[in-house]
Ligand binder design. Structure first.
Ligand SMILES: [Ca+2]
Ligand SMILES: [Ca+2]
Length: 333
């Protein structure tokens, strides 16, 4: 019987790829999002850094120095800023992030995938937190099922993305790790419809002293020590899918906020509505009053195809069931 149990245990240990979470970018079932995805409506526009040590166990080595906070702004471009052990980057955006259907934003790092086994990658991980007041932060419940018996060294050992959840950096360079605000526990002080800040905090990765733990109390094992200027999590970008732009935002009198983008547009026009959208209707008309689209229902997320509309100026009218109306100009390129 002992022998039988040993065989089973050895079999399980030999199958680390049997994770319960989404696998590496490029593997079927992955939730990785390419930086070129049309889902992104905006990117971080400001970043405050609090660098961590090159090695938290040897503070005399100093802080990580690679890159600048500017590297974390705009679209993911493989240019990174290194956070160092326990380093923190605090990012803000044009407008707000809101909790729409599915993932709301994604964090990009510069991990690289093993050419010989696309389920494996060299990864550095970070916790992610959000705030709607810039003071109180709520952490996504991270989960790591990577073994904790042997320290993953600073180089040369690959990890499995399907053993990791709600940790930034689980996907290779060019692919964002998505985060869904639904996963963050409800807090009285957190307004998930107006998230202002995303905070990325390096997971030290040590399994002994300075160990960081996931939401279940597991130690998170990732490459440590990383005794170089590029130590710790390498932040490339944070992209937002569900963004309410404060520049283009329109308010209907009943408290509905509308975000209409891109404008001008050559292809599709998107309307994001936050609030009670029941009975909300839209109509797109030419400047001469000809109806080009609609009336159509305006939902939380609505896409209007403009490809077969002649180039020029249009009026978009959005009206609720009480007759509150908003009219704006839309340009078809
Ligand atoms: Ca969401
Ligand atoms: Ca970058």
């Amino acid at each position: 019987m002992k022998r039988f149990i040993f065989v089973i245990a050895a079999f399980l240990l030999a199958m680390p790829a049997w994770g319960q979470y989404a696998p590496q970018a490029g593997v079927p079932g992955s939730t990785a999002i390419s930086s070129s995805s049309s889902l992104f409506t905006g990117w971080a526009s400001a970043c405050t850094l609090q660098r961590g040590y090159i090695n938290i166990d040897s503070p005399s080595l100093g802080l990580a120095t690679y890159g600048t906070s500017l590297m974390a702004l705009g679209i993911a471009d493989h240019g990174v800023v290194s956070l160092g052990d326990s380093g923190v980057a605090d990012l803000t955006f044009p407008g707000y992030i809101y909790n729409g259907p599915g993932a709301d934003f994604a964090v990009f790092e510069n991990g690289f995938i093993n050419g010989a086994n696309d389920s494996q990658a060299f990864l550095e991980l970070a916790f992610v937190e959000v705030s709607s007041d810039g003071v109180n932060y709520a952490r996504f419940p991270a989960h790591s099922l990577t073994q904790v018996n042997t320290q993953i060294p600073g180089s040369g050992v690959y990890m499995y993305a399907n053993l990791l959840d709600n940790l930034a950096g689980k996907y290779g360079s060019g692919y964002g790790t998505p985060f869904d605000l639904d996963d963050v526990p409800a807090m009285a002080w957190l307004d998930k419809s107006r998230v202002t800040n995303v905070r990325v905090i390096d997971v030290v990765g040590a399994i002994g002293r300075h160990a960081a733990h996931d939401a279940a109390g597991n130690i998170i094992n990732d490459p440590y020590p990383t005794n170089f200027a590029t130590g710790g999590f390498d932040l490339d970008a944070v992209g937002v899918m569900h963004r309410l732009a404060n520049d283009g935002v329109q308010q209907l009198p009943n408290g509905i906020s509308l975000n209409i983008y891109p404008n001008p547009s050559a292809g599709s026009l998107f309307i994001d509505a936050v609030g009670n959208t029941e009975g909300l209707k839209g109509v797109l008309t030419s400047v001469t009053g000809t109806v080009a689209r609609g009336p159509f229902d305006v939902k939380e997320k609505t896409e209007i195809g403009l490809r077969d509309c002649p180039a020029g100026l249009y009026y978009l009218t959005i009206q609720d069931s009480n007759g509150n109306k908003w009219v704006g100009k839309v340009t078809r390129l």
